[in-house]
Design a protein around this ligand. Structure first.
Ligand SMILES: *Cc1c(COP(=O)(O)O)cnc(C)c1O
Length: 386
């Protein structure tokens, strides 16, 4: 285990491996034919990993462009001196137009009103506003309905302040091999792009693949792919594991802030949902709670690693802290462990010795997906880059 420096002000942190980010970026880049661009999706602060640090690492490992969810995220990337093209994966309100142009961010566009307002503002400054046309091919989230792509371009292309730099769609089921809905979305997208070309419109960069699609649907890379979760070393679905070797970039660590041997019968945490049942159990506290992304739903269900062993988290997870039990005698699956001490390293997610707690394990226990697990850990915990 890479021993990470602990932040000065709190014994809890997210550890992000720079080499994992580089490795994963190169793994995706390697799978693209020459000329196909790699757009790295760093929305939600790089899925909780810290976009200002991750984006430059990706840029140095093959990223050709970046995607964010919001204008603020785009501005933050520019402030981190990222100079590659940045696509905002949504159409912001028209009030964001000055910032889009000031920071050279491309919006995803699907209403003619927004397109024309963007073009007007750009033209007034003697510029052209570059955008990507979002097409809804079946996910029912954003985009011009795919059958209306040509109509959309006919309505806006007269404007000299606008330039369509790309045309894209997003798949709802790219993680399910052989899925019929994916086939249908793909054929709608192909049809829309062909119709644009037939009508004499340049679609710009054509792109539709997300992380699972890059390895499961190699025939739809087109001009660019948009990779998110895979860059952070997490697989979007089980079938992806057979195709690419990824290294999880995030671990979550803490140090024991207090430990003791409460008498049998002593309750632990709010509501006392767990009580000490034997005299051979030590209860240790760590400064990580649900406001740090360690969901309250994990209470009495999750496990943590300390001294290379698994221990069960006990009692309700609090907002900023939680407790775990150290069994000094063998109890069910819990191997005995010498007493832990204040300051001992605890791993809530990641590797310690032969043991590992994965984002998938926590996701399963929380009824969610690995994407949400890492995003949530990124919200408050300080990040330490190793
Ligand atoms: C989030 C997102 C992606 C990246 O998805 P992953 O599954 O993380 O690769 C790509 N495209 C769009 C439009 C997105 O919203």
């Amino acid at each position: 285990m890479a021993e990470s420096r602990c932040p000065d002000t709190r014994w809890a942190w997210v550890e992000v491996s720079r080499s994992a980010i580089r490795h994963n970026t190169r793994e995706y880049k390697k799978r693209l034919a020459r000329g196909v661009k790699l757009m790295c999706v760093v929305k939600a602060d790089a899925y909780g990993h810290g976009a200002a640090v991750c984006a430059p690492l990706m840029a140095a490992s093959g990223a050709d462009a970046f995607a964010v969810a919001t204008v603020r995220e785009g501005i933050a990337l520019r402030e981190a001196e990222v100079s590659k093209p940045i696509l905002v994966l949504s159409q912001p309100p028209a009030t964001a137009i000055p910032d889009l142009l000031a920071y050279d961010l491309m919006p995803s566009v699907y209403t003619t009103e927004f397109a024309l307002a963007f073009g007007e503002y750009a033209a007034a400054g003697g510029r052209q506003g570059a955008y990507h046309l979002a097409l809804d091919t079946g996910m029912t989230r954003i985009g011009v309905p795919w059958a209306e792509a040509v109509e959309f371009r006919r309505a806006v292309d007269f404007h000299s302040g606008l330039v369509c730099a790309g045309t894209f769609t997003h798949f709802a089921t790219a993680d399910v091999p052989g899925d019929w809905d994916w086939e249908l979305q793909r054929s709608h997208f192909d049809e829309a792009v062909a119709a644009l070309r037939d009508a004499g419109f340049d679609p710009g960069l054509v792109h539709c693949d997300n992380t699972p699609s890059v390895v499961l649907h190699k025939d739809t890379h087109y001009d660019m792919v948009r990779v998110g979760i895979g860059l952070y070393g997490l697989h979007p679905c089980e079938p992806s594991r057979d195709h690419i070797d990824l290294e999880p970039a995030m671990a979550v660590r803490a140090r024991v802030t207090r430990c003791g041997w409460p008498p049998v019968g002593t309750g632990v945490s709010y509501g006392m949902t767990w009580r000490v049942t034997t005299s051979s159990v030590q209860v240790a506290t760590i400064p990580v709670g649900y406001a740090d992304g360690y969901g309250r739903i994990l209470s009495n269900r999750a496990e943590v690693l300390c001294r290379g062993r698994r221990h069960r988290q006990v009692g309700n997870v609090c907002m900023d802290q939680c407790m775990f039990a150290v069994e000094v005698n063998q109890v069910r699956q819990y191997r005995p462990c010498g007493p832990v001490e204040e300051g001992d390293l605890v791993t809530l997610m990641g590797v310690d010795g032969d043991e590992e707690i994965t984002a998938e394990e926590l996701a399963e226990l929380s009824g969610t997906i690995n994407y949400e697990v890492v995003c949530d850990f990124g919200l408050r915990l300080e990040k330490v880059y190793v």
